[in-house]
Design a protein around this ligand. Structure first.
Ligand code: URA
Length: 258
């Protein structure tokens, strides 16, 4: 009770001081207060979780079982008729950061590896030169495991058919942070209709259980898709701001930009 009262008293003091400041600034001709708005709310740094070697091996084995035993044979949607190769995902089974894109393109369909075309080269640059990490230390996957013909947008029924694979990848890898690359990935994970321009630059919660009532959320940072950044290089600065928020959240050093 006492603490509450003293809190109220200090609020009144702050309010009074602000009122005085408004009045004196107004007398001096100022029309607004020079308050610095924070770019983002400070978020707690996530500490690195130690992972036993056996656990890491088990995760990789289980990922391989899904890939080789299910995804490579998958015929849950029409894309199985047009794909060359399925594209499951690459990287560390114990990655702290998971990057999730939209769907394989031509180069990925030919090789079976995500993000190896021009957009992939830029993503690798963002991870390695930008964030100072190695591509093999993060995990990279897509919402869809097969290429839509002519790189058209994924259809809702394709996303629904494929989603379970991604959810199981996330469940096994247990990333501390997810970076959603572009609108389809962000919308699928966050079940929102908001566009990427509105979603990016802020933390969102992904609930692996499908409900906020069960289990811990995984923080998601939506950002621009590298293919969009190739078309709109002026937006790279914003993507870099997003990645810096990811580094800060994980307590990783932020390399100076050359
Ligand atoms: N675009 C994606 O979303 N994923 C890829 O793997 C390649 C390009």
């Amino acid at each position: 009770m006492k603490a509450e009262n003293s809190g109220q008293a200090s609020n009144i003091h702050v309010g009074h001081a602000l009122k005085q400041r408004f009045e004196s600034d107004a007398l001096l001709g100022a029309s607004h207060l020079p308050i610095k708005v924070q770019d983002s709310v400070a978020m707690p740094v996530i500490a690195r979780q130690p992972i036993a070697e056996d656990d890491a091996k088990q995760r990789q084995v289980q990922l391989d079982v899904i890939d080789n035993g299910e995804v490579k044979e998958c015929a849950k949607c029409g894309l199985s008729n047009t794909r060359t190769k399925t594209v499951f995902g690459t990287g560390s089974a114990t990655a702290r950061i998971m990057f999730i894109g939209e769907a394989p393109g031509h180069d990925e369909d030919m090789t079976g590896i995500p993000f190896v075309g021009r957009a992939g080269e830029l993503l690798t640059k963002m991870v390695e030169a930008g964030m100072g990490l190695k591509r093999e230390d993060v995990y990279i996957a897509n919402v869809l495991k097969c290429r839509p013909p002519n790189n058209r947008d994924p259809a809702t029924d394709e996303i629904l058919a494929c989603k379970d694979y991604l959810w199981r990848q996330i469940d096994l890898i247990k990333p501390e942070v997810i970076v959603a690359l572009g609108a389809p990935a962000a919308k699928t994970l966050l079940e929102t209709r908001d566009g990427i321009g509105r979603l990016r630059g802020q933390w969102h919660d992904f609930f692996p259980s499908g409900t906020a009532l069960v289990g811990e959320p995984i923080p998601v940072m939506p950002t621009y898709h590298p293919a969009y950044l190739l078309r709109s290089p002026g937006e790279k600065k914003k993507a870099w701001e997003d990645l810096k928020m990811v580094m800060a959240r994980l307590g990783l050093p932020i390399p100076k930009r050359r």
